[in-house]
Design a protein around this ligand. Sequence first.
Ligand code: SAH
Length: 257
Amino acid sequence: MTDFPFKLPPFDPGTVWLAGAGPGDPGLISVLAWHALCNADTIVYDALVTKVILKGAPNNAELIYAGKRGGKPSHNQEDISNRLVQLAGEGKRVLRLKGGDPFVFGRGGEEAQALVRAKIPFRIVPGISSGIGGLAYAGIPLTHRATSRVVTFLTGHNANTVTSTSVDWRAVAKGSQILVFYMTLRNIAEISKLLMNAGRSQKEPVAFVSRATLPDQQVVITTLQNAARDSKEIPTPALVVVGETVNFCEELDWLKL
Ligand code: SAH
């Protein structure tokens, strides 16, 4: 590995590093996460981790896939957490690698809680979340003095389920100029209706940012009114971005300049 002109923390045996790999472009992984990858005994990784990154692992490192298959969870959260505890208990340096940032819709909090309960030392290594890095690669400034000073990250997954963490759609529609949705493509018909009913304009621009930061990234611009219709052919994973700031994409889509 390249020598860095600063000191990196040691990755000790018997510890877990819970790290984000970034949104897709392998170059967006952090130095700390790369350092962990180069020194790991075991890497437990998710579906959204770009596979080429794993080539940085030592030849004898054990690679464990803990993602989903065909949209169905093939590994439940409790099993994954238990696995991390068990591997660290065996004295391994365990890298738990997730797409984007582990604490943004990544269940990193739940895994960290399991490690605390089991008294396993761990470190959180943030990653560039797709809702930030993906928008930058689409030429959509998350904030811009002309259009947005308030940003909300949210998920449209289970939008109609009433739980203690349910979304207050009226408050969101009123209070935030830009809305960045994760895991929402399949629910966009429902979500766009909820937003329009809560006062957002039918004409408001919407961007689908598909496979953001990857070579086949695709940005499709539409309106709230037509979002459901235009979502049909969008490959996953994708973000849904609602707000005037989406219009900057035309001018700032630097990948196409
Ligand atoms: N922890 C991740 C999010 C995991 S939830 C992060 O911080 O980015 C999975 C959702 O993230 C997907 O449904 C999609 O909405 C979004 N996502 C992840 N990677 C993406 C990418 N490269 N392009 C577009 N959306 C992405």
